[in-house]
Design a protein around this ligand. Structure first.
Ligand code: VAH
Length: 315
């Protein structure tokens, strides 16, 4: 059975839906430290779980016979820079609790890493799996630590630790939570609602991005990959890579009147400028058959369709 921590963030509910299709509704338990919507309560088991409370987590894992743990609890890039002390507690102490519990209970542990695990001295275009990693955010530092200590637990104690470095994830009906790549989600809502969008990054800021469906499928396929196929325990996964002006141009092929202005946010621009421009994910493609399915045109038309459908429902 699967436990997802931080389940009410951008990714948890959608991943739970996919895993429940595969393994049955009652075999996937969503958890977080806040109250979910009625819809989430009704979609399958939800429990309170605080990754800073070791005993609470240990009790949950044992009482529910958990065998896989997906650890989504974390403060992401810009949010973490605004609260470094909390980001350190959740992203590092919380991770240590989860590692110890995974080891003690012999769980398969999935921890996401990120394009943010690279920094200004990493090769940026493309960024390979193995290279210099000196990130300049507490988020990136904590995720490099997660990669290193997770791989250490794997090699020393045999923990089945698995880690994917996610690009910026683009979703229509779930809020992103980090702040740096989030412009690429808001642009769709603003294009549909007001046909004007103010972007906090420069027009030529290229970042690796991925449709949320590709992210969930990659996570499931990687979790199901036979251990013998994995030559690494941490993999980049790529899909598309675009700039604000490129995604705006693609949206204009559907909404020609879209007007985009640029009001720079220096903090988020400096974070974006330290991140990869494109991912080299050849190891994931070779070892466990990773292949994205949403190109930029497909991502844009799917996002506009979803945002319009949401607007219909709300109106
Ligand atoms: C952020 N969307 O902007 C998140 C994610 C890799 C990007 O971490 O921080």
């Amino acid at each position: 059975r699967v436990l997802i921590t931080g389940g009410l963030g951008q990714l948890g509910v959608g991943l739970a839906r996919l895993l429940r299709k595969q393994y049955g509704k009652n075999n996937v338990i969503l958890s977080d430290i806040k109250k979910p919507s009625d819809e989430v309560y009704n979609s399958g088991p939800f429990v309170y779980a605080d990754v800073l409370d070791y005993k609470n987590l240990q009790e949950l894992v044992i009482n529910n016979r958990i065998t896989w743990l997906v650890h989504y609890s974390a403060l992401l890039s810009a949010i973490g820079e605004a609260n470094v002390a909390l980001a350190r507690r959740v992203n590092i102490t919380g991770l240590h609790n989860v590692l110890d519990i995974a080891l003690e209970n012999r769980l398969r542990l999935f921890v996401p890493s990120t394009i943010g695990a690279f920094g200004p001295t990493s090769p940026r275009d493309p960024t390979p799996d193995l290279c210099i990693q000196r990130p300049r955010t507490i988020y990136g530092v904590s995720k490099v630590h997660a990669e290193l200590i997770g791989e250490y637990f794997h090699h020393k104690y045999g923990l089945d630790f698995r880690c994917l470095r996610y690009p910026g994830i683009i979703s229509a009906d779930t809020e992103p939570g980090g702040g740096t790549t989030d412009y690429a989600v808001k642009i769709f809502h603003d294009a549909v609602n007001s046909k004007t969008f103010d972007c906090y990054l420069r027009p030529d800021t290229r970042l690796p991005m991925m449709h949320i469906s590709d992210c969930h499928r990659a996570t499931l396929e990687f979790l199901q990959a036979p251990a013998g196929q994995l030559t690494l325990r941490t993999y980049n996964i790529g899909a598309v890579s675009f700039t604000p002006e490129e995604v705006a141009a693609e949206i204009r092929s559907h909404i020609p009147e879209l007007r985009v202005t640029y009001t720079l946010d220096a903090v988020r621009q400096s974070i974006a400028d330290s991140w990869p421009r494109r991912f080299d994910d050849s190891n994931a493609r070779r070892d466990w058959g990773w292949k994205p399915s949403f190109s930029l045109p497909e991502l844009v038309s799917d996002m506009l369709r979803s945002v319009r459908a949401q607007r219909e429902k709300e109106s």
